[in-house]
Design a protein around this ligand. Structure first.
Ligand code: SF4
Length: 432
């Protein structure tokens, strides 16, 4: 594969966009020029109108081979962008190589997510589970938007029959970022796709024979049963049908990660927070990445213990929660949150020390509530490694790394690890 590690490489090689010319022609007029099944005609027209300014975007999924064969027939040198999310099946990565070789495509561009985005938003590689929209955003939308900067239009393999959302898909769309999106196969049926593959003896994706009718990332794709929507296996069980790169069908660009809303301060910076609070009606057997109130945990411990997903604990010392009642359960939690209803309330510090020092908990320990920046050193001393910060002044201080350190303590913490530096001399007694 001709790897283009720099996602901008494809764009830099391209010429300037031509939106004015295309607008003049009129999207409506374009959509009236071709028969519903005339995919090659639509593709050829797009390639002529956007000569040197057109890219093809392909998932190299179950039916991608049809569009890619049309690329090979029309112009093997057309840039073909593959979004390598780093979550694909091995079979898909192998299939990219196969298709590229067999069709003779010369410009397959593999786009990887920005490593800085992965480190910042998905360091534990669970974003696909906790916030799939954001996962798609950093692994697909962001790299694609950067790569498309240099193109006036792009071709997709979407079809109307795939989902009800795609039921009104036209051949040509004007996107919210002033580009033309072309869907040559919009009106093709599943039978048309199948017939084309057979007629041209095209290589099948290895997972098609195992019941996969639409193939994306391995983490978010499952096989579909007889009679199911072909894309039913994508994000199964979630209210999600598109990966984000196609959200702009109605001139909207999906940007689910909004920096201003990050409130979790961890490892010296604000990061996306995968955790949510327990809500009335939540099911102990299925919740995930949820801080469960201590009383709820105690009421339904068996159901929570059978739940395979990451679960957190919410401790509110000011409301009577006693860490001792869950001391032996702490290893079940991936995150423990301790509430501070007011910055003057020190009971959260005591709870944190019990959690860390008496019970040896090593997972994430976060302070939530009335969290102030000038108490950051105290939180840290008691074992907190994460803060949920909603106060704007505190946020600014933490972002600027302008938090005062405290070097002299009256009460050492950490089971003797911390030595007081000459304070409280009146307590010193000669050893007898
Ligand atoms: S399909 Fe799943 S793993 Fe792939 S980018 Fe989207 S959420 Fe992440």
């Amino acid at each position: 594969m001709a790897l283009a590690e720099d996602v901008r490489a494809g764009g830099q090689a391209a010429t300037v966009k031509q939106p004015d010319k295309l607008r003049a022609l009129g999207i409506v007029a374009l959509n009236g020029m071709f028969g519903e099944r005339d995919a090659p005609g639509v593709f050829k027209q797009a390639a002529e109108l956007l000569a040197g300014d057109l890219a093809v975007v392909s998932s190299f999924g179950a039916d991608s081979i049809v569009l890619l064969h049309m690329v090979a027939e029309l112009d093997r040198d057309l840039p073909v962008i593959f979004l390598n999310t780093q979550k694909h099946f091995d079979e898909t990565l192998a299939y990219v190589e196969t298709v590229e070789r067999e069709l003779g495509l010369t410009r397959v561009i593999s786009l990887a997510p920005d490593p800085a985005d992965l480190e910042r938003f998905d360091p534990n590689e669970v974003l696909w589970e906790t916030d799939p929209d954001s996962c798609c955003h950093i692994r697909k939308t962001v790299p694609l938007q950067a790569a498309l900067e240099g193109f006036g239009g792009w071709v997709t393999g979407r079809r109307r029959y795939q989902t009800s959302d795609r039921g009104v898909l036209p051949h040509f769309e004007l996107t919210g970022d002033d580009r033309i999106k072309i869907n040559p196969l919009a009106y093709w049926t599943y039978e048309d796709i199948d017939a084309y593959k057979t007629a041209h003896k095209l290589p099948e994706h290895p997972l098609v024979g195992k019941g996969y009718r639409s193939i994306g990332c391995a983490t978010c794709t499952s096989a579909v049963g007889q009679g199911e929507d072909p894309r039913a296996g994508r994000w199964r069980g979630l209210n999600k049908a598109e990966c984000g790169i196609h959200f702009d069908f109605n001139a909207e660009i999906a940007s689910p990660i909004r920096h201003a809303e990050w409130t979790l301060f961890k490892s010296g910076r604000f990061v996306a927070d995968p955790w949510r609070q327990w809500e009335e009606g939540d099911d102990p057997a299925t919740v995930r990445f949820t801080h469960v109130p201590l009383a709820v945990w105690l009421d339904s411990r068996d159901a929570f213990e059978a739940n395979p997903h990451p679960i957190g604990l919410m401790v509110e010392p000011a409301e009577g929660d006693r860490v001792e009642t869950v001391g032996d359960d702490l290893s079940h939690f991936n995150s423990v949150a301790v509430g501070f209803p007011a910055f003057t309330d020190g009971r959260g510090y005591s709870a944190a020390r019990l959690i860390r020092e008496r019970y040896g908990y090593r997972g994430e320990l976060r302070a939530v509530g009335d969290i102030l920046a000038d108490q950051a050193a105290f939180y840290r001393r008691c074992g907190f490694d994460a803060l949920v910060v909603r106060d704007e002044a505190a946020r600014r201080l933490l972002e600027a790394d302008a938090v005062a350190e405290v070097s002299v303590y009256l009460q050492p913490v950490g089971a003797g690890r911390e030595v007081p530096v000459g304070t409280r001399p009146f307590l010193r007694r000669p050893v007898r």
